[in-house]
Design a protein around this ligand. Sequence first.
Ligand code: UDP
Ligand code: MG
Length: 325
Amino acid sequence: MPTAAEYPPPELSVVVPIYNERDNVAPLHEALTYALAALGLPYEIVLVDDGSRDGTRDVLRSLGAVDPHLRVILFRRNYGQTAAMAAGFQIARGRTIVSMDGDLQNDPADIGRLVQKLDEGFDVVCGWRRHRQDRVATRLLPSKIANLLIARVTGARIHDTGCSLKAYRSWVVRSLHLYSDMHRFLAALGVGLGARITEVPVRHHPRRAGKSKYGLGRIFRVLADLVGIKMLIQFAAHPIRWFLLLSLPLFVLAPMMFMLGFVKVTREQQWLLFGDYDMAAVAAGSVALLFGVNVFLLGFLAELQIKVSKFFRQRISVTAQEASR
Ligand code: UDP
Ligand code: MG
């Protein structure tokens, strides 16, 4: 029997990261197969095991042995959901790529609607879990705040950036360099690439088997990544401008402090240069100056870094090689 990779490229690839989901993978595979067969498009399912240690891998191996649509990647250890998704995106061959969670909280039956929406002329279609089945205090509330913040900072005006169920034109995921926990920002990164983006409501089910892999620690990671994303989207082209902007207040502050320190105004309104030094003000001025110079030089280094780095260089994505005349 030919393996999935030997078949002609499919139209649709579904990429799923999986970590310790032993009791979910077989039902997931079944639900996916059912939903995708109904779409009538040539498809492949890419399941990426992120170093599971609960027997998930055995289930995946046996599923892979019987289903030619299924491609399985097994990581040697747990690298995280983003890495798993990135590996799946890398080998996915479809013109359309769908990502989703492997715990059956997303519903494969929604894939059809996402793909249909894509065909209306979008590059990314995000699932929106309108009736989310998670705990209010630890999940829903932080997520609501995070979504508002992310929409504001990144300009991706969608309701639910955290929903893994999304459909993309393949060029979008191929143009991305994912690291850290960036899978939560795929929509924003897409906007940065100039992708046309929209959302459709999708179902969401409570987790029936296995455990969630994230606790409150994700709040910190999301905040840190948000800063990184903002930088990637906006600062990547010309870091030195932003560093200069940062150092500007320091360059204004320094001479003011020096004035305070060195100049004494007498009762007769005469300015005496080097009257009595005010050491505190002079010190503050020096610190501000040194700090400003440092920040500016950091910008210089960042600018050089961009020039030589392939990852941070601004990527220009074009829709056609030649504009029509
Ligand atoms: N996952 C992964 N590697 C990890 C953590 C999670 O591949 O290190 C997978 C997990 O198996 C699931 C998806 O990513 O398919 C989302 O994880 P989870 O359901 O725990 O997140 P939640 O729904 O609680 O946000
Ligand atoms: Mg989940």
